[in-house]
Write a protein that binds this ligand. Sequence first.
Ligand code: HEM
Ligand SMILES: *[C@@H]1O[C@H](CO)[C@@H](O)[C@H](O)[C@H]1NC(C)=O
Ligand SMILES: *[C@@H]1O[C@H](CO)[C@@H](O)[C@H](O)[C@H]1NC(C)=O
Length: 322
Amino acid sequence: MARISWKFGLLMMMIVLVGSCSGQLSNENFYSKKCPNVFKAIRSVLRSAVAKEPRMAASLLRLHFHDCFVNGCDGSVLLDDTSSFKGEKTAGPNNNSLRGYDVVDAIKAKVESVCPGVVSCADILAITARDSVVLLGGPNWNVKLGRRDSKTASLAAANSGVLPPPTATLSQLISKFQAVGLSTKDMAALSGAHTIGKARCTVYRTRIYNDTNIDRTFANARKKNCPIITGTPKDNNVAPFDFKTPNHFDNSYYKNLLNKKGLLHSDQELFNGGSTDSLVRTYTNNQKAFFADFATAMIKMGNIKPLTGSQGIIRRNCRRAN
Ligand code: HEM
Ligand SMILES: *[C@@H]1O[C@H](CO)[C@@H](O)[C@H](O)[C@H]1NC(C)=O
Ligand SMILES: *[C@@H]1O[C@H](CO)[C@@H](O)[C@H](O)[C@H]1NC(C)=O
């Protein structure tokens, strides 16, 4: 009996060790001892930022996506350039496009004031993304935690094509998500994030002037704020993805696709006679199904190559590697 329990103890120890080496994230209790008020701290700053500007919820959700797709969810997207590396902020998909860095700074400062040096910037992005969705009426989920922060960021990686461009075809969208372990269904559900937030003229101009799978009234309305001529300040004019309920996380993104009112070329690719048409129909008719699949896919996306255990660091300031 004593021999059995000794062996059993060793086995359990090995399982724990193997678990911690393989980069597993933990559940929401990860900070319950070292920072029990982390959720409260994050939510208080987030609430006032989103009250001031509802779009900020969208911008913060997108930061987590762009963090995770480039070398995993390691907070790298938040690092400023240094003398030894150029970071991701000026990469093609991010420059003049990603926003919310200042709100992340304010959240991090608040978290540091209650528990210094404990909560990673990568985890702050994951929690903030979840809370942003919830604040705008979307689904809730148990966010996985225990990510640690990178010491470096890569401009080249952010420019390497891992992030899908707004010109992408359906097969390109599928393969770019597959490359980070996400299925076609995950891709179709995560795209529903475009039920909130805005895009710049420069990313949808070709669609409204050249695409044929677009509602004419919708295209004409968008042209008013987005002239055909490029290279003027109007390139930065923005339009909401979802013109009806831009600050409400619902399934209207898919309803718009059904009516050929997707804002980006890549959006409309999800409903253009291909393999994802049926999913778009499902999500249009069944918001619960969309919410469930979105939550599942967010957890999977948040699990892309995290640094865990003794890997990486906990940054004090999300902009630099301590
Ligand atoms: C499926 C492939 C995707 C493509 C091609 C794509 C592309 C884009 C583009 C071009 C913009 C506008 C950028 C600008 O105007 O500067 C944008 C905005 C946005 N994206 Fe995506 N995206 C994709 C997937 C996702 C995913 C997976 C999420 C999150 C789960 C997401 C969340 C957002 C949000 C919330 C905004 C609005 C941000 C704001 O208003 O500040 N996108 N996306
Ligand atoms: C990023 O945007 C700024 C401001 O518009 C511009 O001056 C700069 O050249 C851009 N950087 C890159 C790498 O495109
Ligand atoms: C529309 O397509 C033509 C031909 O490919 C291209 O030359 C033009 O720049 C496109 N227009 C816009 C607004 O993207």
